[in-house]
Design a protein around this ligand. Structure first.
Ligand code: GDP
Length: 414
C-alpha cells in the first residue's frame, strides 16, 4: 500500500503506479495483486508486483522494499512456508520441486499427480487405517475386562496383514516412479562395428536432447539424455561385445554387460549382413530387448530372408534400419517409444523418491514384526513405529530434521 496507494480488491489484478513514498518518484507501473491470509500459496498475506523486468527496475524496487524491512526469499521458502502453514504436505512440496525440474511430459504428469494429492491420499489412507487398528488394540490393552468385541484381535491382525500386502505391492513397482524422475535407462549393445555409436548419434540428433545432464551416471559408457515422446530417457552406448585378451577391453565388456543387465530396455544392434552375430542377444530374452538389424543399405534386397532356421527367426524379429542413411529409423523409434510407454503406463500411483521407499520399507518391517509379537503391548509398539514411518513421508511427524534436506534443492522463487 505504501508503494501503490490503494490496494486492489483481494485476488484481483489492477494496474498501479509504484511510487517511492519518500521522494514521490515513480519507479514503474505494473500489476498489483493482493492475497490476504489465509487464502494464499503460503497461507500468509502475500502481495505480487508484476513489473517491467529490467535490472534497473528490479534494483530500484528491491532497494525500496528492503527499506521497508523485506528481503529476498530463500530457495524453496514459499513452499516451505506453505507446508508449515498446512497448505500442502511434504509429498506435495516435493512435487512442486519435481514440477519445476520436469523436462519431459511424463515427468510433468507424474509431478502433477503427486501435487494433486494422489500419493498423499494413499499414504494417509494407510495411516488412518493403522490409527484405527492401534486405537482398538490400545482399548483392548487398557480395558481387558470391558465388553470389547471378541473378534477384535482377529480384526487387528487381518488389517495388519492387509496393510503389509498393500505396502509390499506398492513397493514392487520396479522403481518406475523413481526412474521417471531420473531418466529411463536404455542400453545399446551388440558386437563391435555393428554401428552402435552411429545409431546413438542418429537417435540423439532426431530427438530433442535434454540439456541438463543427469547426475550420478557413469561416464565410461557414452551417454545421451533425450526426450523420447514425453519420456526422459538416458541412452548408453556400450563397448562392443566380443571375447578379448586385452584387459582394458575386458573391463569395457564387463561394464557393457552390467549396463545391459541394469538397463530397462536394450537395443541389440547387429550387422544385417551377418545375422549370426545376433545370437548373443539370446542372453536377454523378453520384450525389453529390441533387435536391430543395422546396415540394411549394404544388404541387397534380394538376399533378405535368405538364411535359415534360427537366423531366420532373428531376422524376422529384428527391426531393419540403416543408422547411416536413416532408413527404418521411424519404425525403430515408434517401437522404442511404444515399449517405454507400455512399461510406464502408470495407473496406480507409484513411489517417486528413495526417501519414501525407505519409510515404506520400515513401515512394512514394523508391521511384519507386529504380526509376530508375543504381547499386545509389543504389537502396539510396532504399530506405532509403522505409523511413525508412514507419517514421516507426508510430514505428519518428525519433520524438523527433514525440512532442510528437502527444501535445499528448490530453486529461488518457489
Ligand atoms: P560400433 O563399434 O558398433 O559403435 O560401430 P560404429 O557406429 O563405430 O560403426 C562402425 C562402422 O560401420 C563405421 O564405419 C560406420 O560408419 C559404419 N556404419 C554404421 N552404421 C552403418 C549403416 O547403417 N550402413 C553402413 N553402410 N555403414 C554403417
Amino acid at each position: 500500500m505504501r508503494l501503490s496507494g490503494v490496494l486492489p480488491p483481494p485476488r484481483f489484478a489492477q494496474r498501479r503506479r509504484l511510487v517511492d513514498p519518500a521522494t514521490g518518484n515513480v519507479l514503474d507501473d505494473g500489476l498489483v495483486l493482493w492475497f490476504p491470509a489465509p487464502h494464499s500459496a503460503t497461507g500468509e498475506d502475500v502481495a505480487e508486483l508484476h513489473v517491467h523486468g529490467s535490472r534497473a527496475v528490479l534494483a530500484s524496487l528491491m532497494d525500496l522494499l528492503r527499506g521497508f524491512g523485506l528481503r529476498l526469499a530463500e530457495p524453496g521458502e514459499f513452499t516451505r512456508r506453505g507446508f508449515v502453514n498446512g497448505k500442502l504436505d511434504l509429498l506435495q512440496a516435493e512435487a512442486i520441486a519435481d514440477l519445476t525440474a520436469a523436462e519431459t511430459e511424463a515427468q510433468r504428469r507424474q509431478a502433477r499427480r503427486q501435487l494433486n494429492g494422489e500419493l498423499s491420499d494413499l499414504y494417509q489412507g494407510w495411516r488412518d487405517r493403522l490409527i484405527t487398528a492401534l486405537a482398538h488394540l490400545e482399548a483392548a490393552i487398557d480395558f481387558p475386562d470391558e465388553d470389547l468385541p471378541p473378534e477384535i484381535d482377529d480384526r487387528i491382525l487381518d488389517e495388519t496383514q492387509a496393510l503389509i500386502a498393500q505396502i509390499e505391492n506398492h513397493l514392487a513397482d520396479g522403481h518406475r516412479g523413481e526412474k521417471l524422475r531420473d531418466g529411463i535407462s536404455i542400453a545399446i549393445l551388440g558386437p563391435p562395428n555393428a554401428g552402435k555409436s552411429t545409431l546413438l548419434n542418429r537417435i540423439v540428433r532426431r530427438e530433442a536432447a535434454i540439456t541438463s545432464p543427469i547426475p550420478g551416471t557413469t561416464r565410461d559408457v557414452v551417454e545421451a539424455a533425450i526426450d523420447l515422446q514425453g519420456y526422459p530417457v538416458v541412452l548408453a552406448d556400450t563397448a562392443g561385445l566380443r571375447d578379448s585378451d586385452d584387459i582394458i577391453e575386458q573391463e569395457g565388456l564387463r561394464r557393457a554387460l552390467q549396463r545391459a543387465e541394469e538397463a530397462e530396455i536394450r537395443l541389440f544392434v547387429f550387422d544385417a549382413s551377418c545375422p549370426a552375430e545376433a545370437h548373443a542377444a539370446s542372453a536377454w530374452p523378453g520384450p525389453d530387448t529390441i533387435l536391430i538389424a543395422n546396415k540394411i543399405d549394404l544388404v541387397p534386397k534380394s538376399s533378405h530372408r535368405s538364411s535359415g532356421g534360427r537366423e531366420k527367426d532373428i531376422e524376422r524379429r529384428a527391426i531393419p534400419v540403416s543408422a547411416l542413411t536413416g532408413a527404418g529409423m521411424d519404425a525403430l523409434m515408434k517401437a522404442l517409444a511404444g515399449r517405454v510407454a507400455e512399461n510406464y503406463r502408470l495407473e496406480a500411483p507409484v513411489v517417486t523418491r528413495a526417501r519414501h521407499r525407505q519409510a515404506l520399507e520400515e513401515a512394512a518391517f514394523s508391521l511384519r514384526r507386529a504380526l509376530l509379537a508375543s504381547l499386545p503391548e509389543l504389537r502396539a509398539e510396532d504399530l506405532r513405529l509403522a505409523l511413525r514411518s508412514l507419517g514421516r513421508i507426508t510430514g505428519a511427524v518428525d519433520v524438523e530434521d527433514l525440512l532442510d534436506v528437502i527444501f535445499r534443492d528448490f530453486c529461488i522463487g518457489k
